[in-house]
Design a protein. Structure first.
Length: 277
């Protein structure tokens, strides 16, 4: 049996104690037990507030493998996962496991619901693909991920689009249909998940200096690597991105062999940033 949250396990006796001392204090009217009630309630609140950090520490020290059905999803959808050594797959799975439990995921339908596990897994796998070799792999403070079944408008971008990173609120929003379709690289669909996490990564690592992009040649070069046209990329994002680096990083991860063959210097640059510790 897998423990889904070590913090929940730790919290259980304190929750039971809170009910016990609450009964003594408020039902049996025993004033001497109020201090114990207050202490266990305080501990329970602290555990709830800091559960991501506690779980992160525990799972870092006690690595977890994904369940068989989750591993199967990765095998079917992630060429990156399939390219890893067995040892790296263990690290990848543990980090995906931690990411899924450290972040909040919501499915925006008629009302917000928890996102199904396969969708959480895809978002987490895209995130960890960029940070597998990094010590800080959790995209600090970017803790909220929302999914629609269709393109969506937001107060910041009042037109239909399929991916958005809100750096002020530290969250990302996806059209989950496009994101799921893009997991099969043979579909030639631009991966909006990698795109969003590339944007977040660059924001969090602003000291990284990348060589300049030839804007006049950029879209021609990216289509040469991927077979995905500028119009297709913009159609799947929903707008023309202000920075081209997240687009290029996405193509780098989606089509590494053709990227290396056509642009070896840029491939080496991105490899130094993303693929080396």
């Amino acid at each position: 049996m897998k423990i889904h949250s070590i913090t929940s396990l730790i919290s259980l006796p304190f929750v039971i104690a809170a009910f016990y001392y609450g009964y003594l204090t408020f039902v049996l009217d025993d004033p001497n037990t109020f201090i114990y009630f207050f202490i266990v309630i305080l501990i329970t609140i602290i555990l709830h507030v800091f559960f991501p950090q506690i779980d992160y520490y525990w799972y870092s020290k006690h690595p977890q493998r994904l369940q068989d059905k989750e591993q199967e999803i990765l095998r079917l959808t992630s060429t990156y996962y399939n390219s890893l050594s067995e040892e790296d797959k263990k690290i990848f799975e543990n980090r995906v496991y931690i990411f899924m439990r450290a972040k909040e995921f919501k499915w925006v339908r008629e009302e917000q619901k928890n996102l199904p596990i396969d969708m959480k897994l895809i978002i987490a796998a895209n995130a960890i693909q960029l940070t597998l070799r990094k010590e800080d792999f959790l995209y600090d403070k970017y803790d909220y991920y929302f999914a629609y079944n269709h393109p969506f408008p937001t107060p910041e971008m009042q037109f239909l689009h399929s991916v958005e990173v809100n750096h002020e609120d530290k969250m990302a929003i996806f059209n989950i249909e496009y994101l799921m379709q893009a997991q099969n690289v043979n579909n030639k669909i631009f991966n909006i998940g990698l795109f969003a996490f590339a944007e977040i990564f660059l924001k969090l690592n602003s000291k990284i200096t990348l060589s300049s992009i030839d804007k006049n040649q950029f879209w021609h070069d990216m289509e040469k690597v991927s077979g995905i046209s500028r119009d297709s990329v913009i159609n799947h994002i929903g707008y023309e991105p202000s920075s081209l680096y997240p687009v290029m990083i996405t193509i780098f991860f989606m089509f590494p062999k053709s990227f290396e063959a056509l642009f070896p210097k840029r491939f080496e640059e991105f490899s130094n940033v993303f693929l080396k510790k």
